[in-house]
Design a protein around this ligand. Structure first.
Ligand SMILES: [Zn+2]
Length: 301
């Protein structure tokens, strides 16, 4: 059974659209290069699911990046997804600050929602379709009890599309699984704004939201249920129609050349601090690949 995929579906004669996603092996690959504290791993897993959900709603050829940055001990969360289904994710954080805060609050061993650790900041979407194209960017303040709420603010404020979204996390030993489901009103139907439509549509939308909320953690992570099975269970009375099934794999796009460019743009003092025995070693945060450069190489570059 495929476990790293996202299904696009429509409901109620295509007046609503949805996505359901489950990530398993991709997360193992993302985490195989890093040992994150649980709170950070949970945030990275949720960011990965959100990245897939949101990118799957957008038409693009290239790279979609979801980034959250804040002034808290978890300063950056980033997941990127290519139109070919390759994805990666990472985080920047202060492990000691997170541990200390949990000791102080007596919440050790508990997972607290990502916005709590991010503090004040932004959630940013970027779509890069390559050279000679404009970068599309959407930005919204990080506000909400959890990452799902933060993302919903984007749909509400920037896109003005009614959206309902849930994220799920599961940890078994050191294995993380994450999943998500989203339903959304279509922006228009046949050129007509459906918000002007009947009470019946409002009722259908309400029912679909309630059904989405009825999805249980043990169902979404049930190995014996495919995402198709889950959709049918939830929405069989709402004319659920599967439109597309997309698979995702871990994939990093780092290269020696890209890293050399990044290092070359740094201040000379910072580079000097990194030199050891005439060499600078840097590790890709996404995939763990280690690159080594001569100091001279950077200066020439
Ligand atoms: Zn890499």
């Amino acid at each position: 059974m495929m476990n790293d995929n996202c299904i696009s579906f429509n409901l109620d004669d295509n007046v609503f659209r949805g996505r359901v996603v489950r990530l398993d092996k991709v997360l193992s690959d993302i985490f195989s290069h890093q040992s994150y504290p649980d709170n950070v791993a949970a945030a990275v897993a949720e960011t990965s699911v959100l990245g897939v959900l949101i990118s799957s709603l957008m038409k693009f050829e290239g790279i979609f990046t979801l980034q959250m940055q804040g002034n808290g001990p978890l300063s950056v969360l980033v997941a990127d997804v290519t139109s070919a289904g390759k994805m990666r994710a990472t985080a920047k954080y202060d492990a000691k600050a997170i541990a200390d805060a949990q000791i102080l609050r007596k919440t050790e061993g508990q997972i607290e929602p990502a916005p709590h650790w991010l503090g004040q900041g932004n959630l940013i979407f970027t779509i890069d379709q390559g050279k000679n194209t404009d970068l599309y960017q959407g930005v919204v303040d990080l506000q909400g009890k959890n990452l799902a709420e933060c993302a919903l603010r984007y749909f509400k404020n920037s896109e003005q599309i009614d959206t309902h979204l849930r994220l799920f996390l599961q940890k078994n030993g050191n294995e993380w699984k994450a999943a998500g489901i989203l339903i959304q009103k279509m922006p228009t139907k046949g050129g007509k704004d459906i918000s002007e439509d009947s009470d019946m549509l409002a009722e259908l939308w309400n029912e679909d939201k309630i059904l989405t909320d009825s999805l249980k953690q043990e169902e979404i992570f049930d190995k014996n249920l495919s995402l198709n099975d889950i959709l049918f269970r939830l929405f069989h009375e709402h004319k659920v129609r599967v439109v597309k099934n997309t698979e995702y794999q871990f994939g990093c796009r780092c290269s020696r050349k890209k890293l050399l460019n990044t290092l070359s743009s740094m201040k000379k003092e910072d580079i000097d601090d990194m030199v050891e025995n005439g060499k600078i070693t840097a590790t890709c945060n996404f995939c763990g690949q280690i690159y080594s450069f001569d100091k001279g190489e950077l200066i020439k570059h």
